[in-house]
Write a new protein. Structure first.
Ligand code: SF4
Ligand code: SF4
Length: 206
């Protein structure tokens, strides 16, 4: 890997790197995740690739860093992230988010209810939240929050506030602000390319 050492410098300084082994084989390299930190953005950048697992490299230039193969067919995700961030010098940057002016992650999403969510709704006397039209039940027993026709979550108000905030599902509680999934939702739903002057990413692709 020709640029492995540049990638390592970038990651050791706090960034995330996409490293191409061949045109069709790429790796996500991030600092060693902290399992106790549910907002660990490196870990989320792996999860958001559809990967649950990573390995800590024991030898070679990536020693001590977390490495995950980008799933075949999802290489475009790594390319898109790299293009988005390539206009920024350095491995990190600061972006201020205001969820109340955003709400992107409450649109076109799939919130799967966990047993804990079901219990929380019941304990709060909100059994109605487990019935149609507020949920969809799959044949496999999976319960998901139903969306409106325009794909907004049915619990999101016109002010972007969550109508069930105190008892919202775990998936919403743990959604990591500033993560790849957050940035992606903002791009897809709002056309916001964070921090880019003029709001339009110069490398945006249709
Ligand atoms: S997409 Fe990100 S910034 Fe927007 S509401 Fe969700 S967590 Fe907040
Ligand atoms: S339940 Fe609340 S936080 Fe979760 S997606 Fe709906 S509006 Fe957003």
């Amino acid at each position: 890997m020709k640029y492995a050492h540049q990638a390592v410098r970038h990651v050791r300084a706090g960034g995330h790197a996409v490293v191409w082994e061949t045109d069709a084989r790429a790796w996500m390299v991030v600092p060693q995740p902290d399992p106790a930190n549910v907002s660990d953005l490196g870990y989320w950048s792996i999860l958001d690739l559809g990967r649950q697992r990573y390995r800590i490299a024991k030898v070679g230039p990536f020693r001590g860093l977390a490495v995950a193969r980008i799933p075949r067919g999802n290489e475009w995700i790594g390319r898109r992230r790299a293009e988005r961030d390539s206009i920024w010098p350095g491995p990190m940057r600061s972006v201020r988010f205001d969820c109340l002016t955003c709400g992107a992650c409450c649109r076109s999403n799939e919130v799967i209810l966990e047993r804990e969510d079901v219990n929380r709704f019941k304990k709060s006397g909100r059994d109605d939240l487990l019935k149609r039209p507020l949920v969809r039940k799959g044949a496999n027993g999976k319960i998901t929050l139903a969306l409106l026709r325009n794909k907004d979550c049915r619990h999101m108000g016109s002010d972007n506030r969550c109508g069930i905030y105190e008892i919202r599902p775990n998936a919403c509680r743990h959604f990591p602000v500033g993560s790849e999934c957050c940035l992606f939702a903002r791009e897809e739903e709002l056309g916001v390319h964070d921090g880019v002057v003029g709001g339009e990413h110069p490398l945006k692709r249709e």
